[in-house]
Design a protein around this ligand. Sequence first.
Ligand SMILES: Cc1ncc(COP(=O)(O)O)c(C=O)c1O
Length: 457
Amino acid sequence: MDTEDTGEFLLPRSRMANERLHAVIPGGAHTYAKGDDQYPENLAPVISHGRGAHVWDVDGNRYIEYGSGLRSVSLGHAHPRVIEAVRRELDRGSNFVRPSIVEAEAAERFLATVPTAEMVKFAKNGSDATTAAVRLARAATGRPRVAVCADHPFFSVDDWFIGTTPMSAGVPAATNELTVAFPYGDLAATEELLSRHRDEIACLILEPATHTGPPPGRRPRPSTPDPTPGYLAGLRELADRHGCVLIFDEMITGFRWSEAGAQGLYGVVPDLSTFGKALGNGFAVSALAGRRDLMERGGLRHPGDRVFLLSTTHGAETHSLAAAMAVQTTYVEEGVTARLHALGERLAAGVRDAAASMGVGDHVVVRGRASNLVFATLDENRRPSQRYRTLFLRRLLAGGVLAPSFVVSGALDDADIDQTVDVVAQACAVYRKALDAADPTPWLGGRPVKPVFRRLA
Ligand SMILES: Cc1ncc(COP(=O)(O)O)c(C=O)c1O
């Protein structure tokens, strides 16, 4: 074993805590993406608490954290302005038998932040919002099929999407048949799909701009964090021409691309859009927003068939709505999206330099928009490799960096970024040795990390 390996970096308490989690919670986590199978064997920290950009595990180790709360904690943990707003509401009651005035304030505030939408309805999970968008599109068009972007990894926990993944057990084939897929960035292929299923497709749903390259096995398209010029406008035109609803899933892009989402940045207005994640800085709040005439189908002010549009017990929870308002105020007053971009740019430049100087610039590859960076770990043949990812993650963890991605939060400072880059440089030195050996096995410490979506455990 290499002397520079993670050596005595062990997590005995986290190991025990993972056992406890698996004994009582299927998957040992409340999101598969947080599962210990996503981390090197026996190096899956269980978190005790977090503050700002740092978290501590139950073994007492401190980490610089990236991708906090599955990208939901974009201001950092326990952000003072958010916590203060939440605390104020906690003392005033959190849910009532009638709507509270906080709901009107939160909706007005959201629509001021995202002016391309005319109405908004809140819920708790992103999936509720995307599923509601799909139902509304089906009701409005009278069409059964849903077209999802094939190059985006996740839209909902519900059957219309999960049926398209390798974990489709439990989803009836009849449901699957109603979901069809289109490639990101390819208007001709999308037009062909819409023509093939003429008058059957209710909506096109996609993330406006998180595409970072094709998954393995798919034909290559340009790897850029921005849509190619004219793409979103072209999709808008296609949706209009074919009479289907254009849905932007802004769960990730909202509050990372700009305060007004990717639609605010690129100037293309969808019919419906969905927000969540960073909207509440870790408090549970999601949103379905869009055109008034569509959204009103779920209201009481139209003569047609009513659509059951997001009706949830907890959607009205006052302190989460207060958190969302505080997030929006903080973003505007503190220029948070600009800060996220600046931090990400510093990190991306540092990691690229570190990788190049260690001779792995073609193997440790940073991709994506600066506010939403991911990394690829490529093997000797420049193919994506879970084994090299395992090596890389082990070195990062041992260096005090918890980074399944390089998605920044605004709580990071330059010292955190510089420390991360130092740790990455050390990891890259080991990566180079493994490439030279043409086999990372001695540096894995056990089984490789696994993909989230797979048929068998
Ligand atoms: C793009 C996108 N849409 C929808 C969702 C679902 O959100 P939630 O986990 O809050 O249901 C996610 C979650 O990761 C997502 O990334």
